[in-house]
Write a protein that binds this ligand. Structure first.
Ligand SMILES: [Mg+2]
Length: 232
């Protein structure tokens, strides 16, 4: 029996990556009058990666990277009106309603009756808190952590504070890099539920030596069956 079950939020409980992809499409359209270079997305990827240690994860960091990329690829010719349109991409993303995935609410409702549930999400504090409030899921979680990054140390710190042994901890999420591998490295358990859309940054292969406590499922509602079948 697990002492704590934790969930990732973005692309595990609700849509997220799709808005970043739509933001990129809008960005391409804004830059069209300047001539869009064939490697625009690669250049944006590189700038995003460079900016993460400065701005962290989330929409704020994304929009800084869009502006920086736009200045670079237009040879500093992008005008203020078009920079405003890029900023508007961020406003649209931050204001967007929360689109829950299927089965999320009933699954959390059921599990919260049997286990303490935690939400562990990374990104902009205000945006993540707003999304949780708008999701209507807040009452199912006994604890919420909005963190700057999800490393092995992050999980170690959270579990120490919660006084939960890693072997009694289950993390569920869509990112091998952020939700699965660091938890398995600590000796915890992890269920990987791949999302349809995935940011390149979050992709990792599972190291073979970490396979023991790893499970992959297709949908969140299968977690309930899995817990019952495995006596957890
Ligand atoms: Mg995620």
């Amino acid at each position: 029996m697990f002492d704590m079950i934790a969930f990732d939020a973005d692309d595990t409980l609700w849509e997220n990556e799709v808005y970043y992809q739509q933001g990129r499409e809008t960005f391409h359209r804004i830059l069209e009058p300047y001539g869009v270079p064939a490697d625009l997305d690669e250049r944006l990827d590189k700038i995003e990666n460079h900016n993460i240690p400065y701005f962290g994860y989330g929409v704020n960091s994304f929009v800084f990277s869009l502006i920086e990329t736009a200045i670079a690829v237009t040879g500093e010719k992008i005008n203020a009106g078009d920079i405003q349109k890029i900023v508007d991409i961020a406003h649209g993303m931050l204001d967007h309603k929360v689109d829950l995935f299927d089965h999320v609410e009933p699954t959390l409702k059921q599990l919260s009756g049997a286990y303490p549930l935690m939400l562990i999400t990374k990104g902009d504090l205000l945006h993540q808190q707003n999304k949780l409030t708008r999701s209507g899921l807040e009452s199912y979680f006994s604890h919420v952590e909005v963190v700057a990054d999800k490393t092995r140390q992050t999980y170690d710190d959270i579990l120490s504070r919660q006084q939960v042994n890693p072997d009694k901890f289950l993390m569920i999420g869509n990112s091998m890099r952020s939700d699965i591998i660091p938890v398995l490295e600590l000796g915890g358990h992890a269920i990987y539920i791949p999302s349809k859309l995935m940011w390149f940054h979050e992709h990792r292969e599972l190291p073979g030596e970490l396979a023991q406590n790893f499970t992959e499922l297709e949908h969140l509602e299968q977690v309930v069956e899995w817990l019952a079948a495995n006596g957890k």
